[in-house]
Design a protein around this ligand. Sequence first.
Ligand SMILES: Cc1cc2nc3c(=O)[nH]c(=O)nc-3n(C[C@H](O)[C@H](O)[C@H](O)COP(=O)(O)OP(=O)(O)OC[C@H]3O[C@@H](n4cnc5c(N)ncnc54)[C@H](O)[C@@H]3O)c2cc1C
Length: 278
Amino acid sequence: MKPAPFSYERPRDLNSALSMLAASNGSAKIIAGGQSLGPMLNLRLVQPELIVDISGLAELKQAGLSGGELVLGALVTHADIEDGRTADVTRGAMRGVAANIAYRAVRNRGTIGGSLSHADPAADWVSALAALGARVTLRSLAGARSMAIEAFVVGALESALQTGEIVEAIHVPARAVSAHWGYAKSCRKTGEFAHAIGAILVDPAAASARVVIGAIDTAPIVVTDAAELFGGRIAADYKQRFDIRVADTLLMKAGIDDVAQRHIHVSVLKRAVLEAAA
Ligand SMILES: Cc1cc2nc3c(=O)[nH]c(=O)nc-3n(C[C@H](O)[C@H](O)[C@H](O)COP(=O)(O)OP(=O)(O)OC[C@H]3O[C@@H](n4cnc5c(N)ncnc54)[C@H](O)[C@@H]3O)c2cc1C
């Protein structure tokens, strides 16, 4: 299949892009790396009147530290992170996630902002950044607003983006020295989207943990106060205290009725817990 006809604009700066999006009144689509939008256009799952190509916007390619957190422009690619061209406040956690997204060709073009905006429940950044406690900044002609990743991804292929808004930047807090990180996923083949993701940022010294069960049919399950998954208390022995029954209940509550599916998700989350504790 080939896309339905569309007009194409490649704005020179962010304000021009925002003006084009505002003027289109919802009939335009942004293209960044094109790794998801390309196939969707070809399959005619989306038929925008206008494509606004933001891939030339220098403002969205910036990456740097600000007040102890990492601020990544939306156009930072997975390969930029994998190759260490951006600073790392997560002590290797993001680099490891980036290196295992799809194939190198996809990572060269696919962007962190595009991945979040597409809001595929199986996308790695959706789960990993939620576990890391990241926030996203959205910009429109009216100004900017910021929200946690778990508030931004509201369902399968559904985000909080409103007409005229663009993902401008992702803010990643520094990982505490005492915080452990675990990330596991199950894919049928290397390079394919995951059908289960488990991510955990646990800080026994601070008695806190963020746990994410991703690649379910809707937005990931994000547990920001995860003590109940560890017998009511997060401490150095969290690996032994991890309670698979609580994880199973969370999945049941999320509407996953199939026992085998729940078993896969719980096992993958357990792998993430073991990785964190290793
Ligand atoms: C073969 C293949 C395998 C893949 N496997 C994986 C995988 O294992 N894990 C994984 O996480 N991902 C995977 N991906 C997805 C890939 O990683 C890209 O991140 C993803 O396609 C989106 O990034 P993009 O920059 O290409 O966005 P695009 O395709 O350009 O855009 C995607 C969507 O986001 C919107 N958009 C883009 N940028 C912005 C912005 N700044 N603000 C607002 N809206 C925006 C677009 O309008 C569109 O709706 C795979 C892709 C392919 C083709």
